[in-house]
Write a protein of this length. Structure first.
Length: 581
């Protein structure tokens, strides 16, 4: 058995060296990214459902050392990851948290080419070398006859000059999703048209196996997915990933709202189509998933907002709408919202006069179109599989609400105050009464997880008749338990997929007074409702007494003597009753 190597020991050639190697040896190329690793490990990705045969083939290719015939590529992020922007760094660090052991055990070759030879622009921190990268890429087909094998919505090179220096272009057009289902037909079509041509593949994980099999037959085939989007962004000098209106865009995997332009040159280049049934394809796009409405109240968070939005648009569960409710921000937050909405059609921005987080959430609920609802605070951020894990837990357990845990991040110290590690992971389902009793559980900070509006995925119908109270502190505490009471089953994942931002801004003296009153009032209201509904309230009474004692100390410390006296009177009554009993 080979030894387990450190991630930093995995050697990947830089982009230019990889491209020079390909040109020198006329090598075929197979690129492994996060999607291929997901499939090898048994997961589906947006444009390819898990297929055991595909997973086995990908793993066998990954384990093959690079040679002059075939360059096997990995992401160039095992050393000097700071070359890439913060969004990319966050994504790959999260990816390695999930798959570190896999890379250590399976990636044993002495060296690899760079997967990013097809991603030479948008994620780079320093984009000055991109002109050199694209020149080297285009030189691979300079004066050659090329056969493009791509998805129906890809239209690589349409509207730009990416392949203008090729001698000729032919195309085989395949399904944009689950192309592996048509593998034999695609290979048969290629073999009819490949003679004398360089094959360029833009077909997701299927492209890897096609490139390998063509190499085995003596042809040069380069897996180059995403290069067209990168070239478009490069030409427009984009700072963020901008959705292309006339064809597929990398990372916008459902291919919605594309307006294909009539292009006679493109039509003439098509020599074969495989597995394309237009009516069914359109239907598949419309019904591809169950939409989640993400509601994000935004107020004066320009310092943190991009981090939040970047984590949301990167979600592996892509069938969502993102409702940004700008609650009268007076900094650049509203402009940032509009900027992101221009780059992603799933984002809607709603501007309103400042009315507080409850009003913003209620507005989002009024406008939400999704089957499911989740809330994210605009200074927080989430893991890339946050939505996917919540949705899977809800569906798998036939629950009405799914909940994950969180990590608490202190912005001032730039450190974690509390985090859920891999060793703490567990899944559990609860009846409503069982979950209500978790409010008093300190382990894993469940008493906070219980109350927060974020961390949860709700079925939309639970909100019928439920709104957040306007002008009231602790609005989560006054609302979320009512949604629990309408549920039948609750699924919990003890996984820190949500990052709660702890900042130094605190309550004023009067604000703290209102906060304490809200804490006590919410607890009393809840106990009254639970008693009316016939629930066993012993756990909730214990929690209420603990609140009274905490708030009694807080009010005295803050000099709120009248409030201190009110709380003391209640505690004295409780103590007297318990003694008499």
């Amino acid at each position: 058995m080979s030894r387990k190597r450190e991630l930093s020991e995995i050697q990947v050639l830089p982009i230019l060296e990889s491209l020079r190697f390909i040109e020198q040896h006329r090598s075929s190329v197979v690129r492994f990214g996060d999607g291929e690793i997901d499939i090898i490990n048994g997961e589906s990705i947006p444009y390819q459902d898990y297929d055991e045969q595909l997973a086995v083939a990908l793993k066998l290719i990954l384990q093959r050392p690079s040679s002059e015939d075939l360059l096997v590529c990995l992401p160039d992020v095992f050393q000097k990851i700071e070359r890439y922007n913060q969004n990319a760094q966050f994504f790959w660090k999260s990816h390695f948290e999930k798959y570190e052991n896999f890379y250590q055990e399976e990636c044993q070759s002495d060296w690899y080419g760079s997967t990013f030879l097809s991603r030479p622009y948008i994620d780079l921190e320093d984009k000055s070398l991109s002109v050199t990268y694209f020149a080297a890429i285009r030189n691979l087909w300079q004066g050659r006859d090329i056969l493009l094998v791509e998805g129906e919505t890809s239209r690589s090179g349409v509207g730009n000059d990416l392949f203008a220096n090729a001698n000729s272009i032919s195309r085989i057009v395949c399904p944009s999703k689950n192309a592996f289902d048509h593998y034999d037909e695609i290979m048969e079509g290629m073999l009819e048209h490949v003679e004398g041509k360089l094959v360029i593949l833009m077909l997701g994980p299927t492209a890897k196996v096609l490139a390998y099999d063509l190499m085995e037959r003596g042809y040069q085939a380069i897996d180059l997915g995403h290069i067209d989007s990168e070239y478009e962004w490069y030409q427009m000098k984009a700072k963020h990933k901008i959705k292309l209106k006339h064809k597929h865009t990398a990372e916008f995997n459902w291919d919605e709202e594309i307006e294909f332009a009539q292009d006679e040159a493109y039509e003439r280049q098509i020599v074969a189509t495989v597995g394309i049934e237009p009516a069914k394809e359109e239907e598949a796009i419309v019904t591809a998933g169950e939409t989640i409405s993400i509601i994000v109240p935004v107020y004066n968070v320009e310092r943190y907002l991009k981090r939040c939005l970047d984590s949301l648009v990167k979600q592996t569960y892509v069938d969502f709408e993102l409702l940004l409710i700008n609650d009268g921000s007076t900094d650049n937050s509203a402009l940032i919202c509009e900027e992101y909405a221009r780059t992603d059609s799933r984002i809607r921005v709603i501007h309103q006069e400042n009315a507080g987080p409850s009003a913003a959430r209620n507005r989002g609920l009024e406008l939400a179109r999704g089957r499911y609802i989740t809330f994210v605070d605009s200074d927080d951020f989430v893991e890339v599989d946050y939505l996917e894990n919540l949705h899977t837990a809800l569906e798998k357990n036939e629950a009405d609400i799914s909940i994950c845990n969180f990590n608490s991040f202190n912005e001032e110290r730039q450190s974690f105050l509390f985090s859920i590690t891999k060793e703490m992971y567990f899944e559990q389902t609860y009846t409503v009464e069982e979950w209500l009793n978790q409010e008093n559980t300190a382990k894993n900070n469940l008493y906070l997880t219980f109350t927060f509006s974020p961390l949860k995925l709700f079925k939309r119908e639970l909100f019928d008749g439920i709104v957040f109270p306007i002008g009231r502190l602790r609005e989560d505490d006054a609302t979320i338990y009512k949604l629990y009471l309408k549920a039948r089953k609750i699924a919990f994942i003890n996984q820190g997929a949500y990052y709660y931002s702890q900042r130094s801004e605190g309550l004023s003296r009067n604000g703290m007074l209102d906060d304490i009153r809200s804490m006590i009032g919410n607890a009393e209201e809840r106990i009254a409702l639970l008693v009316t509904l016939g629930y066993d309230v012993r756990e909730h009474v214990d929690s209420y007494i603990k609140r009274l004692k905490k708030c009694q100390a807080d009010s005295l410390r803050a000099g709120q003597i009248h409030l201190y006296q009110d709380l003391t009177a209640k505690l004295d009554l409780i103590e007297h009753y318990q003694k008499e009993k």
